[in-house]
Design a protein around this ligand. Sequence first.
Ligand SMILES: Nc1ncnc2c1ncn2[C@@H]1O[C@H](COP(=O)(O)OP(=O)(O)OP(=O)(O)O)[C@@H](O)[C@H]1O
Length: 986
Amino acid sequence: MYLKKIELHGFKSFADKVNIEFQPGITGIVGPNGCGKSNISDAVRWVLGEQSVKSLRGSNMADVIFAGSQDRRAQNLAEVTLIFDNSDRMLNYDYNEVEITRRLYRQGNEAEYLLNRQQCRLKDITDLLLDTGLGRDSLSIISQGNISNFADSRPEERRAIFEEAAGVSKYKKRKIEAIRKLERTTDNLNRIKDIVYELEKQIAPLKKQKEKAEVFLTLKEKLTSIEVNVLVHEVSELKHQLDTLSLQLKDLNERHSSLDAEIFLKESADDEIKKKMFVLDNEINSLQSQLLESMSEVSRLETSKIEVDQKRKHALQSQNSDDIKKKLDNLKAILTDLIEEYNDRVERLKTTEKSLEDLSQEQTVLTSKINHKHQSINDLNQEITKNKNRQEILVDLVENKSNYHHGVKAIMELAHDNPDIIGVFGDLLENDSKYDLAVSVALGSALQFIVTKDNLQARLAIKFLKDNKAGRATFLPLADMEPRSLREEHAILCPALEGYLGVLSDFVSSSKNIDNVILNQLGNVILADDIDHAYEISKATYARYKVVTLDGNIVNVGGSLTGGTVNRQQSSILQKRELEKVKEKLDELEQKLVREKNELLKLENDAKELAHTLLQKQMSYAKLEVVVQGKKEELVVAKGEYESLSHQSVELDEFKSGKIDNQLVLQLNEAIKHRDELTEKIKSKRELRMSYVNENEQLESKLKDLRRMLKDIQGQINEKAILSTKYEGSLNNYLSRLSNEYSMTYEYASENYHDEVDIEFARGEVATLRNEIVALGHVNIDAIEEYKEVSSRYENMNSQRLDLIQAQDKIVQAIDEMDQIMIEKFSTTFEKINKEFNNVFRELFGGGRAQIKYTDPDNILETGIDIDVQPPGKAVSNITLFSGGEKALIAISCLFAILKVRPVPMCILDEVEAALDMANVERFAKFLREFSKQTQFIVVTHREGTMEECDLLYGATMQQKGVTKLVSVKLEEAIDFSNENRKGGI
Ligand SMILES: Nc1ncnc2c1ncn2[C@@H]1O[C@H](COP(=O)(O)OP(=O)(O)OP(=O)(O)O)[C@@H](O)[C@H]1O
C-alpha cells in the first residue's frame, strides 16, 4: 500500500485544485519558506481525522479553508482527497484504490467524510486505518516540531509513540470503552441493587398481607358456599310457607265472597218477604173493611126484612098515601143537602189520601237512602279494618324495627341509654317523598348501618354484639366519615348533561347533624331523571359514580345496571312513608265514617219526622173517614128514609101485591153469600201471612249465622295477611342479602347451591366463619396481585442484577486480558525498539550507545519512557542535556528504530533533518533509502543531501501571491529552489 495521489482544493494556500502524484520510494517536496509545503502534511493529517486545530496550526477549524489573498477571494469549501493504492489489501477494503476525502464548509462549519466518494463517518475512516500504521497519531507524519519535542517532552508523553508502535492503541481504546461500559454497568447495577433492596423491603410485608388475603378468600368462599345454601334453604322454606298462606288466603277470600253473596241473596229474599207481608196486610185490612161493610149489609137487610115485615103488616093495617107523599117531599130536600155535604167530605178525603200516598212514597225513598247509608258505613268499616291491619304491620316494622337485622335491633335497644349511638342511618334521614325510591336504592343495605359518635363507640358496639352473640351490624363513625364528592371536572361537567338532577346528598338532610355521614354515603351518588340519562351521565364520567334515578334504577360504579321493581319491605324510608300514608288514609276514612254516620242520623230523624207526619195524616184521614162515614150513614139514613118512604108508597102498592118481600129475601141471601166469601178470603190471606212470618224468622236467624261466619273469616284473613307480610319481609331480607352480599339471584343460587345441609349446623358454621373473617381484621385483597407483581419484578430485577454482576465480571476479565495483551505487546516491542535504537544510534553517531528505559518498570501500562544515550567520547547522559542537532539525531535514531521494528506503509517527514549537519544529513538520507524498501517516504526538505536520495521531486511555488502550486522538478532545479530560499526566501 502506498499513497498514490493527493487532491487539494481550497485547503489553506491551495486555492486552486492541485493534484500531487506519488510513487513508492522517496518523494521530496522542496521550495522556499512559506510557499505551502507543510500545508501538504497538514492536508494529509486533516484527512486522516485530525481534530486538533492547534496541530493544524490554526485557531479555528475554518482556518483550513483558503482565506483569500491579495488577488483571490476567500473560498467557502476546503476539500482534500488521499488516494491509496490498495492492491495488497492492506486496508480492509475490497478495492485496488481507496479514496479518503474530507470536506469542510465555511457555512455552519460543517464537515463531511467520504470513502471512495461515498459519505461516511469519521469512525469508519479511523476503523479502516486502525493497525495499518497510518493515522493522525501514528508515525506516518513527523514534523520538525515532533522531532525537537521528542527530546524535550516528558517521559509519559513520549510513551504514546511507543504505544502506537506496539499496536496497543486499539486495545487501549477498547479498554477505555470497556471501562466506560464497566462504569455504565456498575451504575446500572447500583440502580438495580437499590430497586432490589426496595423490593425486598416491600416483599416481606406484602407476602404476609397476601397470605392473609388468601386465608380471607378461602374463608369467604367457604362462607359463601354455606351461607348461600342456608339462604337458599330459608328462602325456599319461606316461599313454601307463603305459597301455603296464599292458597289459604285464596280459599278464605273465596269463602268470604261466597258468604257475602249468600248474605246479599238472603237479605234480598228477606226484603221481598217483608214487602209481600206489607202488601198482604193491606189486602187483609181492605178485606176486613169489606167484611165489615158486608156484615152491616147483612144486618141491614135482616133489619129491613123485619121492618118490611112490620111495615107490610103496618101498611096493610094503616098507611095513608097522602101523608107519605108529604113526607117524601121533605125528605128529598134534606137528602139534597146531605149529598152536597157528603161530596165535599169525600173530596177532602181523596186529597188527604193523595198526600198520604206522597208521604208513603217519600218514606220509601228515605228508607232506601238509609239502607244505602248503612251499606256505605259497613264498607267504610271494612276499609278501616283493612287499613288498621296494615297500620299494625307497619307500626310493627317501623316502630318495633322487626324488619331490622338481629344485630342492628340489639344495638338500637342499647341506644336508649347511650346518646353516642346516634341511630339507624335510614331512620335519621329526611327528604321529600319524591326522592324516597332514589335514596332507598342508593343506600340499599346501608339504610340499616348504625351511626355512632366515633370509632370507639362502633368498636364497643361490635364487642357487645360479639360478647352477646347478638348478630352483626355495620357502623358509620361520624368523626371518621370522610365526605365524598364528584371530582372537580365532573362537578363542572355534570350540570350540563341532560337529565342530571344533582348529587343525592343535596336532597337529603337530618336533624341529627350527621352531614359527614350523608356526604360519605351519598356525596358521590348522582341523581338522574330516568335510566337513559343515568346511563349517559355514567358514560360521560367514565362510570366512576353510582347514578340513581327517581324511579329507583341504578347505574353502578363500573357501568353495571340494576333496576326493576323496588321491594318496599326492605326500605325503612318507604315503610315510614307508607305508614304516614296509611295513617292519613285512616284519618280520612274515619272522618268520612263520622260524616256518613251524621248523615244517617239526619236521615233517620227525617224518617222519624216523616213517620210522625204520616201518622198525623193517617189520623186526620181516619177522622175524615169517620166523618165521611157519618155523612154517608146520614145520607144512607136519609136516602133510606126517602127510599123507604117512596118504597113505602111503592111498597104499599107492592105490599099489597107481595113483590117487596121476595126482593129483600134475594138481597139478603146475596149479602150473606158475599160476607162468607170475604171471611174465607181473609182467612186464607192470614194463613199466607203466617207462612211469610215463619219464612222471615228463618231467614233472619240464617242471616245472623252467616254474618257471624263472615266476621270469623275476615278475622282469619287478617291474621294470614299479617303472617304473609312478615314472611315476605323475611324473604326479602334473605333475597337482599343474597343480592347485596353475594350478587346472586335466588334462581342462580338455588341452581348452584343446593347441597343437603343440616341447617342448624350450617347456621353455626356461618357465625363461626364470620367471626374468623372479622378476627382477620383489615384484609388487603389487592395484596395477592401486588405480591405477584412485586415478586415477579423482584425476580426480574434480581436476575438483571445477577446478569449485570456477570457482565461486570466479564468486562473486568476482558480488561485484565487486554492489560495482559498490552503489557505483553508493549514490553516485547519496547525490547525490540531498545535493541534497534542502540544499533541505529551507533550508526548515526558513529559509535557510543543508547537505550530507552521504563521510568516505572512496575507499571508497564502507564510507565513513561526515558532515554539514556552516550555518544562516542561523551559520558552517559539524559537526552535533555544534548544540543539541538544531537537531540534531533537521537530522535531520528529512535524514529528509525521504531520504523524498523514496526514499519509503516507511508511516512511524511517534514524538515526533520533541518538541524543536522551535512554529514549527518547524508547518514539520515542513507537510512531513508534503506527504509524506503518497506516504507514510502514523502519528505519536505531544504537539504541537498536528502534531495539527492529522492526518487521524485516536487517544487512548491507561489507564482500567484498566496496560492501554492506544485511542479515536478529535477535535482538541480530542486537545489535551485532551495538556494532561492537561502538567498532570500519566497
Ligand atoms: N487558510 C489559508 N489561506 C491562505 N493561505 C494560507 C492559509 N493558511 C496558511 N496559508 C499560507 O500558507 C503558507 C505557509 O505554508 P507552509 O507553512 O506550508 O510553508 P512552508 O513551505 O512549509 O514554509 P517553511 O519552509 O518556512 O516551513 C503561508 O504563506 C500562509 O500565509
